[in-house]
Structures are given as structure tokens and as C-alpha cells.
Design a protein around this ligand. Structure first.
Ligand code: NAP
Ligand code: MG
Length: 508
């Protein structure tokens, strides 16, 4: 692996407020109390910009998960508990308040997120934090709109009989939620918002790399008035705490975001009690630029951002860039220029546009792919190296001349690495785009609106962006086809996955 040793990182300062939260001893939130792990053990949390230890979090394990599930179960199973007697309107107001409190603490949350994950604080301020608040605000409105139907029934074997039949939507029960490290606060919001709007109880396990903002969010939930035991947060390893949660017999559903590999393990673990499972998994999303794109300069900027946003650590990153032959050279040059201009640095520096990767493990994974691409014979147009020897920085990387069977084309890298390839016609590019085990997202750039619609309809992906990329909204469902997952996050679609339908039939 080549290392650019000229790369230097500036000194940055942590604000007193964020430092005060980091200095606080971290505990799990179980039944409304902040408690150490049952074993008393903890694990180190790293600053990816320099590899230093910034905090310790409790190493929760099966015993802690048992306690958290029991707390959630106790609330859910008690019809006289305040969580279950609360009116939908009161529940909506409480969820709205969570959104407000996130905004009240936006700067602190953005700063902690940046220190823990490595992402630029400026990005966390305009994206992660406001999107998280908006998710709670959006879901708050749904609390009063979880409705069933009245259904006219015929019953052929009961001639002349009269019935009144209707459906209600009820919470699924105790939900285990396991989230990744790429958008720690936002992924917690995506999971908690709909679970609370529909009246469920939750045990949340954040990623071991980034447990900090979920714990701060736990404080915010308490401040908003979420009753004890409704949301429990257990930090710990996936193999221990995560696995115990996925397998737990008293958990009614597990909602997971992360790798496809672990997603398959979740499905197996869930088989014991046949708990419901929703999965938001990986991707290898095609981003297709037609030669008739409206504005080439904006398209190039959009395609660069499609892969380089959040350092490529996005499940929907536009990592396969397909460009119509006539403009291929120009686009490749443009993306390479854009990659070279990105200012890398620690997330807390004001001018940082791209921070470090999240962990040492991810650094190895991404640089292994960079090496694999070069060894397989792809041309590295720009990037392809680690930056500096401190922290987990890599250069934004563009490959070309790759064959479709190379690992850099087929596998999710989860780093700032894009592979460009030319195409000649629509049929060819639809087939190549769909030639993936994944089906999370896709991009199309053209001013021919009929072609855009025809192509979008044929792409096997849960989201298709046309003349834009990475556009997220609380109202817009997000999730994958094929091995990119089961179910959808956000929008009203997610509410179906956090409710059971009960059919009630009354003989009149
Ligand atoms: P991961 O291993 O799938 O982790 C995601 C979550 O699952 C984490 O909370 C993790 O805990 C937990 N987990 C791990 N093993 C588990 C198990 N056996 N049972 C239950 N839970 C378990 O993902 P990762 O290691 O963070 O990253 C690896 C790859 O996953 C990435 O390179 C990328 O391809 C993909 N990924 C996808 C997304 C997405 O948004 N779709 C996000 C992140 C990563 P620990 O943190 O303790 O391992
Ligand atoms: Mg992991």
C-alpha cells in the first residue's frame, strides 16, 4: 500500500460542551437507569482522525440484553402502563419534542458525531442532525394516523348473516434495533421514530465504532419524557450483544442496518422464535450518465458527490459509474479533478470536506480493494493511497479500464472508490446495471425525460435518482431489492413494518 507521507493533519479543538459529554462515564440505558455493563467491562472508542482513544463505552453482552429486553417487555405487556394508556396525540407531541431537543442540541450532536465517526462537523450540522430531527417531527404526525379499515364481507357459508368487520393496527411489541456506524445518529432516528410513533418498545444496539451519539440521544429521549423502559440502549459488540438481541425469544421483531453478510446471520438468529425481520443492507449502485445530460459540469459534480459524500461510506453510494461513450473521457477527467480538489482533514477543521474512514478495520478493507483493483489490471486514474500514517485517511479514488468480474466492480467497498466504465446503448446499460446481487439505489442523468422514466422502470433498485443523487427525505421510503434488504425505512411504508394488523369480526 502506498502511503502519502506529505499529508499532515492540523490540530483541532474540542468545545467544552462536547468535551464535557465525552468526559462523562458512559453507561447503558436500561429501564430508565444509566447502568454499567453486567460484566463491568468496557471497550475503547477511537477518534478516526488520529487513532486516539476518546472514550470508553460499556461492553454490554447477553445479560445486559436480557435486562433491556425484560424492561421493554414489562412496559409493553402492562396495559395500564403510561406508554400504553397515552393517547396518540400525546405520543405524537412527545416524539415531536425529541425532534425539537435534537435541534436545540444540534451543535453538540454534530461535534460529537464528527469526533466519533470522523465525518466533517459542517456536514453533520447540515445533514445528519437536521435529518434526524426531521425524522422525529415527521413520525410525530403519524402517531395520530395509524388507522385500520372497515371491510364489507360476504361469507358464502353464512347466507343472510350480518357482520361488522374491521382492522386495527397494533404495535408489533418489543423491537431489537441494530444500527451501523456510517450515520450513527440518523440511523438511530430512522429506527426509533417509526417504532415510537406506532407504540412499540425498543432495545437499541449502536455500532461498536460509534456508540456516543446514541447515548446522548438516550438523554434527549429522557428529557422529552419517554417513559422508563420504552427505549433501552445497550452498547457492545455485534458478535455478543447484537447476536443476543437478534436471537432473543422475547423480541418480536429485529430491524437491522449493516452488511449483507451480517444481515443473513440476523435472519438465521431470528428463526428461533420467527420474529419479524427488516433489513437495510449493502449496495453497489450504478450511476448512469447519458450523453444528453442537461449540464455536464453539474452532472460531474453530482456524480462525484454520489460516491465521495460521507467518504463513500454510504450503502447507496454511486460506486459504479457508467458513462455514455461520447462523453466518457470528459467525465473521467472531470471526476478525477473533483477528487483531487477535495480537502481532507479532521472532521472538526472548518475547511474539511472529507474526513478519515471510520476505523482501522475499514482502512484495511478499503486499501485492500484499492490494491486488488490495481493488481487485477484496472487503471487508477487518481487516488489509490493512504494519506499520512496517523488516522484512517485515504485519497478519493477513481478507477477505469476495469472488467465486470473484478472485485472493485462487484463488491461493496464502502469507501471513496468509484469505478468508471463506458457504455453504448440503453439496453446494454440496463442489463449491466442490474447485473449485481444488490439493488439498493441507482442514478440516471439525462434531459430526455421519456428515456429517464423508461430506464428507471427497468432498474431493479429501491431508489432511483434522476438528475440528482443522495436525496433523502423522511417522507420518502428507502430500502433495497434483492440482497440489499427486506422492507423500507421512512415514509408511511415503514409504519406497516412496525404494526400488526388485527382483523375483528362482529356477528350482528
Ligand atoms: P456490520 O458488521 O454489518 O455491522 C452493523 C451492525 O451489526 C453493528 O451494530 C454491528 O455491531 C452489528 N453486528 C455485527 N455482527 C453481528 C451479529 N453477528 N449479530 C448481530 N449484530 C451484529 O457492518 P460493519 O462491520 O460495521 O461494516 C462492514 C460492512 O457493512 C461495510 O463495509 C459495508 O459494506 C456494510 N455496511 C453497510 C451499511 C448500510 O448502511 N447498509 C452500514 C455500515 C456498514 P459491531 O459494530 O459491534 O460490529
Ligand atoms: Mg463490525
Amino acid at each position: 500500500m502506498t502511503i502519502d507521507t506529505t499529508f499532515q493533519i492540523p490540530e483541532v479543538e474540542i468545545s467544552p460542551k462536547a468535551q464535557a459529554f465525552l468526559d462523562k462515564s458512559k453507561k447503558c440505558l436500561i429501564d430508565g437507569k444509566w447502568v454499567d455493563s453486567a460484566s463491568g467491562k468496557g471497550f475503547s472508542v477511537f477518534n478516526p482522525a488520529n487513532g486516539s482513544i476518546i472514550d470508553m463505552a460499556p461492553a454490554g453482552d447477553k445479560e445486559d440484553i436480557d435486562a433491556a429486553v425484560n424492561a421493554a417487555r414489562k412496559v409493553f405487556d402492562d396495559p395500564s402502563h403510561s406508554w400504553n394508556t397515552m393517547t396518540p396525540s400525546e405520543r405524537g407531541k412527545l416524539i415531536w419534542k425529541i425532534g425539537d431537543l435534537i435541534l436545540d442540541n444540534a451543535d453538540e450532536l454534530a461535534e460529537i458525531e464528527s469526533i466519533d465517526n470522523g465525518k466533517p462537523m459542517a456536514v453533520a450540522k447540515v445533514a445528519d442532525v437536521p435529518l434526524s430531527a426531521d425524522l422525529f417531527h415527521y413520525m410525530a404526525g403519524w402517531a395520530t394516523k395509524i388507522e385500520g379499515n372497515t371491510i364489507p364481507i360476504s361469507v358464502p357459508y353464512a347466507p343472510g348473516a350480518k357482520f361488522h368487520a374491521f382492522t386495527t393496527r397494533e404495535p408489533v411489541g418489543v423491537i431489537g434495533q441494530i444500527i451501523p456506524w456510517n450515520f450513527p445518529l440518523l440511523m438511530a432516528a430512522w429506527k426509533l421514530g417509526p417504532a415510537l410513533a406506532t407504540g412499540n418498545c425498543v432495545v437499541l444496539k449502536p455500532a461498536e465504532q460509534t456508540p456516543i451519539t446514541a447515548l446522548r440521544l438516550g438523554e434527549i429521549l429522557q428529557e422529552a419524557g419517554v417513559p422508563d423502559g420504552v427505549v433501552n440502549i445497550v452498547t457492545g459488540m455485534g458478535e455478543t450483544a447484537g447476536a443476543a438481541l437478534a436471537a432473543h425469544d422475547e423480541v418480536d421483531k429485529v430491524a437491522f442496518t449493516g452488511s449483507t453478510e451480517v444481515g443473513k446471520m440476523i435472519v438465521q438468529a431470528a428463526a428461533g422464535n420467527l420474529k419479524k425481520v427488516t433489513l437495510e443492507l449493502g449496495g453497489k449502485s450504478p450511476n448512469i450518465i447519458f450523453k444528453d445530460t442537461a449540464n455536464l459540469e453539474q452532472t460531474i459534480a453530482g456524480a462525484a458527490s454520489a460516491i465521495f459524500f460521507n467518504h463513500g461510506q454510504c450503502c447507496c453510494a454511486g460506486s459504479r459509474l457508467y458513462v455514455e461513450k461520447d462523453i466518457y473521457g470528459e467525465v473521467v477527467d472531470g471526476i478525477a479533478d473533483a477528487a483531487k480538489q477535495i480537502k481532507l482533514g479532521p472532521g472538526l477543521a472548518n475547511d474539511t470536506e472529507m474526513g478519515p474512514l471510520v476505523s482501522d478495520e475499514q482502512l484495511c478493507r478499503v486499501t485492500d480493494y484499492m490494491n486488488a483493483g490495481q493488481e487485477a489490471g484496472a487503471t487508477c486514474v487518481t487516488g489509490g493511497s493512504r494519506l499520512g500514517e496517523q488516522g484512517y485517511f485515504v485519497s478519493p479514488t477513481l478507477f477505469k479500464d476495469a472488467s465486470e468480474d473484478m472485485s472493485i466492480v462487484r463488491e461493496e467497498i464502502f469507501g471513496p472508490v468509484v469505478v468508471a466504465s463506458p457504455f453504448e446503448d440503453v439496453e446494454e446499460i440496463i442489463e449491466r446495471s442490474n447485473d449485481s446481487t444488490y439493488g439498493l439505489a441507482a442514478g440516471i442523468w439525462t434531459k430526455d425525460i421519456a428515456k429517464a422514466h423508461r430506464t428507471a422502470a427497468r432498474l431493479r433498485a429501491g431508489t432511483v435518482w434522476i438528475n440528482c443523487y443522495n436525496i433523502f427525505d423522511s417522507a420518502l421510503p428507502f430500502g433495497g431489492y434483492k440482497q440489499s434488504g427486506w422492507g423500507r425505512e421512512m415514509g408511511h411504508e415503514v409504519l406497516d413494518l412496525y404494526t400488526e394488523t388485527k382483523a375483528v369480526c362482529i356477528g350482528l
